[in-house]
Design a protein around this ligand. Sequence first.
Ligand code: RTP
Length: 155
Amino acid sequence: LIASLEQVDQTYIMVKPDGVQRGLVGEIISRFEKKGFKLTGLKLFQCSKELAEEHYKDLKQKSFFPKLIDYITSGPVVCMAWEGVGVVASARKLIGATDPLQAEPGTIRGDLAVQTGRNVVHGSDSPENGKREIGKASYAIQFNPNTCNKHRCEL
Ligand code: RTP
């Protein structure tokens, strides 16, 4: 009841090519499911150079930008939309610091990665960017939590 009075947000979570290749998709999905968030969209996707540059346009001036684009386009990514109260900030906490060596144990990056340039997962940094990034992903089928709750036990 308390939760229903609060703002429900959506965030875009993307398992990066290293996470997909290392077989970490299930582990990463599991962490968000166990936390209590709802998966509302999912797809495997090969990101084009153009879309990668658009997604990371705020980092265009950084020296690592070309390497970042090569990395993100190096293989399929798993695009996901997750929904819940406070999901944007909570997902960033579950993911951990950008540099996996600085990320706390217990976080995804803290437990599963060692390099900033191979940090396995992306999470939106604001509700506005969450909406924008989910919009770009254009899922073929998107779960509608208002009409698809038949098999779900509400907490
Ligand atoms: P993300 O957008 O992927 O969730 O990551 P973030 O907010 O934690 O980090 P951000 O500063 O937005 O950087 C985006 C991604 O760029 C790569 N990066 N490489 N010094 C480097 O080589 C460097 N710094 C950042 C990382 O993959 C980072 O997640």
